[in-house]
Ligand binder design. Structure first.
Ligand SMILES: NC(=O)c1ccc[n+]([C@@H]2O[C@H](COP(=O)([O-])OP(=O)(O)OC[C@H]3O[C@@H](n4cnc5c(N)ncnc54)[C@H](OP(=O)(O)O)[C@@H]3O)[C@@H](O)[C@H]2O)c1
Length: 211
């Protein structure tokens, strides 16, 4: 699949490397001159390449958004035409003061992104754990894979993203429409408060047990 990454830092870099190594065609969008994260991520895999942001987005079937939430509007609005019809995987989280919800829990960040680019099919995924688990999602010995919860309004887009989630190494768990993103963002805050806030190990994920 042809993938583009806007944001090649801890999250974008980890996912770009894993998906390129899994056989996808991955392009890192050049968002600014002299980006150190872009250069560092490019150096991690010979399978990655970089391109100007509009070219990267135009050539992709699926675009990953892995930037600081506050930067999202300035990035996606000028690209609205190039993003129209495409799948946008929103990995971003609005985080406010004191590790609170950055939009005061009134609306999810993903719905805010969707409102900025209404012709784009936004799917929230790869947001509920720290990047350490995107670098290495393996938890051997449990008989289940780490669960990656995701949501979105477009069924076909979610089927595609589920494939990518599995390719990274997680079990995809569809939790419903994009309105569920607010609850995923609170799951993120739970994980972040446990790990970043209280110093617990980042090597902790959720598993989906079924019967
Ligand atoms: N860190 C985590 O464990 C984690 C886990 C899940 C989700 N998230 C969410 O994922 C998003 C990215 O987090 P991260 O930890 O990967 O951040 P990061 O390591 O700081 O990387 C951010 C990336 O966005 C780029 N960027 C920053 N400002 C930009 C702008 N105004 N325009 C264009 N590109 C810009 C950066 O480029 P430069 O390097 O050139 O500045 C970098 O490539 C955030 O929304 C975060 O809440 C983080």
């Amino acid at each position: 699949m042809k993938l583009a990454f806007i944001g090649a830092g801890r999250v974008g870099g980890a996912l770009a490397v894993r998906l390129a190594e899994a056989g996808h065609s991955v392009v890192l969008a050049e968002t600014k001159d002299g980006s150190s994260s872009l250069a560092q991520t490019l150096a991690r895999s010979s399978k990655l390449r970089a391109a100007p942001i509009r070219d990267a987005v135009s050539g992709a079937e699926v675009v990953f958004l892995a930037t600081p939430f506050a930067a999202n509007e300035g990035i996606v609005v000028p690209l609205a035409d190039a993003l129209a019809g495409k799948i946008l995987v929103d990995c971003t989280n609005p985080v406010g003061a004191g590790l609170s919800h950055g939009l005061e829990s009134k609306r999810s960040g993903s719905e805010a992104v969707q409102a900025l680019v209404p012709k784009t099919r936004v799917v929230k995924a790869f947001s509920i754990y720290g990047f350490e688990n995107f670098e290495d999602p393996a938890y051997p010995g449990y008989g289940v894979k780490a669960a990656m919860l995701f949501c979105g309004d477009d069924a076909a887009a979610k089927t595609t993203v589920a494939t990518l989630i599995a390719d990274v190494g997680f079990e995809p768990v569809d939790v419903g429409a994009l309105v569920q993103a607010l609850h995923l963002e609170h799951m993120t805050l739970l994980w972040v408060r446990m790990v970043r806030g209280r110093g617990a190990s980042p090597n902790i994920v959720w598993g989906a047990l079924r019967r």
